[in-house]
Design a protein around this ligand. Sequence first.
Ligand SMILES: NC(=O)c1ccc[n+]([C@@H]2O[C@H](COP(=O)([O-])OP(=O)(O)OC[C@H]3O[C@@H](n4cnc5c(N)ncnc54)[C@H](OP(=O)(O)O)[C@@H]3O)[C@@H](O)[C@H]2O)c1
Length: 389
Amino acid sequence: MIRVVILGSTGSIGRSALELVSRHPERFEIVALVANRRVDVLEQQVARFRPGTAILCDEAVPLPASAGGTRWASGRTAMLDVVAREDVDVVVNALVGAAGLAPTVAALEAGSRLALANKESLVAGGSIVLEAARRGGGEIVPIDSEHSAILQCLEGHGRDALHRVVLTASGGPFRGRSPRALTQVSAVDALRHPTWDMGAKITIDSATLANKALEVIEAHFLFGLSYDRIDAVVHPQSIIHSFVEFVDGSVLAQLGFPTMELPILYALNYPVRVADDALRTYDPVRASPLTFEEIDHAAFPMFGLGVEAGRRSGCAPAVYNAGNEIAVQAFLEDRIRFPDIADVVAEAIERVGVSGIHHMDDVIAADEAARVVATEVAKRLGERKGMAS
Ligand SMILES: NC(=O)c1ccc[n+]([C@@H]2O[C@H](COP(=O)([O-])OP(=O)(O)OC[C@H]3O[C@@H](n4cnc5c(N)ncnc54)[C@H](OP(=O)(O)O)[C@@H]3O)[C@@H](O)[C@H]2O)c1
C-alpha cells in the first residue's frame, strides 16, 4: 500500500487525486487530508476515505467533532507535522499559492516523495526546495501536465541527453484578442477556460499566460535547464503536453486528452505505470488537427515578465509570484482590469528589487514585501478603474 497525504484535498487537483485513489483501493491508503477552510467538503471526504487525520489550516474555522477514528486538527503547524511523518510515502501538494512552500520543504526534508502540483512553491523558493530535497533525500515528481510529460519523455535517458524542452500552452480563453480588447474582459470571461477545468487562480493565470511563465521557472528547477533551453508555444487543443528535444536533434512528445487524472496517476505510482479504465483513450483522428502558434507578447506581457524574473533569479520569481497572487485576487473581485494584473506585478518587481536567497526567511521577506507593494498598486489602479466606469 502507498500511504498518501493530500494537501488541498478540497480543490480541483485534490478531488481528482481522491477520485483516482477511490478507483485503486488496493494500491493507496489515505493517511491525512488537508484543506484551508471548506469544512463541509472536507467532512464529506473524511466520511468517504476515513483518513487517520483531517486538518483545516485556517484556525478561525471551527472543527467538527472527531468521529469514525479520524482525528481533526487545525493550523499550519498541524499540516507541517503530518507531512513530516515517517509513515507517509507520498505527499500530494495541491495547495494553491506560495502557502505551499513550507509543506513542500517539510515533505522533502522528511525524505518523502512529493507529488507536486503547487508550482508556486518551486517558483518562489526553487533553490531552497532543491536544497531541502538534497538534505532530506526526498524526491519531486511533478503533477503539472507539462512537466509530467517531460519526465515521461526522459524515461530511460540521462539528463545529459536533454537539449531543450518546449512547453505547450492552450492560449487560454483570450487567445487571438488584441491588447485593447483585453481591457474589457471580466473575471467571468476569464474563468471560462477552453480546454482545462481548474481552480480559479490557475484559470486566471492561464488567461494571462502567467501560468506558462511559472511553468518555465518550474522546468528550470526541476530539470536543471538554463532559460535558453526552455521554450513555450501555444497549442490550443492541449493534446501535446510538452516536447523534449535531445542532443541528437530527435524530439519526443507526450500526448493525451486534457485531464489532470493522468499526470496525477503517474506521479502517485512513479515509475510504475498503472492501468485505469476510466481514463479516456487517445484517438488521433478525434484529436486532429494539432496546431501551434507563437505567444503574443503584446497581449500577454505576464509571460515575458515571469521569464525575465526567472532569469534574474534570487528573489525575483518570489516577487513575481506574490505580486501575481495579489493581482489575480483583485481581478477576481472586479477591483482591477485584466491588463492591470501585469502593471501590478511589474511595479512590484521594480520597487521590491532583486536580492539573493540563502534561507527560507529571504523568500518570506521578498514575498511579504511584494504583497505590500502589489496591494498598494492594485488599490491605486482600482481607484482609476472606479473613476473610469
Ligand atoms: N487544477 C488544475 O488542473 C491544475 C493543473 C496543474 C497545476 N495545478 C496547480 O495545483 C495547485 C492547486 O490548484 P487547484 O486548481 O486544485 O486549486 P483550487 O481548486 O483552488 O484548490 C486549492 C486547495 O488549496 C487549499 N488552500 C487554499 N489556500 C490555502 C492556504 N493558504 N493554506 C492551506 N490550504 C489552502 C484549498 O482549501 P479550501 O477548499 O478549504 O479553501 C483547496 O483545497 C496550484 O498550484 C495550481 O497551479 C492545478
